[in-house]
Write a protein that binds this ligand. Sequence first.
Ligand SMILES: *Cc1c(COP(=O)(O)O)cnc(C)c1O
Length: 363
Amino acid sequence: MNNIYNFSAGPAMLPKEIMLKAQNQLLNWNNLGVSILELSHRSTEFIYFFKKCIENLRYLLNIPKEYTILFCHGGARGQFSAIPMNLLNQQDTTDYICSGFWSQAAAKEAKKYCYVNVINIIQKKTCGNISLIPMKEWPIQNNSKYIHYCPNETIEGIAIEEEPIWFQNRKIIGDFSSTLLSKEINIKKYAMIYASAQKNVGVSGLTIVIIKKELLCLNNKFIPSILNYSTLYNSQSMFNTPATFSWYIAGLIFKWLINLGGVKSIEKKNNKKSSYLYHFIDHSKFYHNNIEKKYRSKMNVTFDLKNKELTNVFVKEAIEYKLLALKGHVARGGIRASLYNSMPFSGVKKLVKFMSLFEQKYH
Ligand SMILES: *Cc1c(COP(=O)(O)O)cnc(C)c1O
């Protein structure tokens, strides 16, 4: 298993030390003589663990008191439905900013529950490059209840790094599924952010919602209880049996991040990894990335081979070189290297080495 690097977009790689720890503790967690897999979520030990887990996440992201953290089911897609259900009435109107696959999917789902003003911010430049309409020029409506956007489009590798500005005190909601905990953010700029765990936080089964408490009050009785933020808040995220193992892994990851020096420190590492790869791509005549530099994702680096016929050969030979899951999502094609928190710099170095060898072979 040594020297294998997994660039999967999600479920994504985990730090080896976390998996070893989970393996080590699997049969006997906390000296209880039983596994975390067979322990009640109502047990004193699990509740204590969860309390610490939430405290650590609050510390890592500097989450103010006015916000609550909910651990939910149903993935980010579950939130695509839960958000309009919880925060709106059917006659309300919203703004959905579309910068790629996932923000479009969120808008499409929301249309079932409210009026959605879709704002496509992707611009094709004459040179063929992809750019975005800057935030201050987003054509927001006067009467929308909230603005939803996705700061990191996992499939296209497009990111909006700048923090949201207040549009006349409009509520801002962000889908942080592929970027939560990768960099410092100012939670106060948002009414709510959410992320499914299997990209940058842990394993699938857990969806994290961070929401201003004052938004919990609208209590529509038609919302399924497991999607109802007030119900989840009142039951400490344990209205029904939670995905305990996913919560456990997330808890290990939070501790791991704190030991590494927190989000600020991982952000530096992440910047170094993506800059190294983009620098190589930009200085090559063989590979190409067509996104304006300002909007390139640091988590999901997408690129194409100028000779597209070599894409499958690239993916196949990369696997032989022990670099896995580089094939781009079917909706985009090409290559995608996901460089989440768990990916060490050595993985990116090895990828660049391979890309260079591949170019020498086929140019
Ligand atoms: C993966 C992803 C989703 C979908 O997440 P699920 O947990 O599969 O529902 C939504 N948004 C973004 C930005 C993603 O990366």
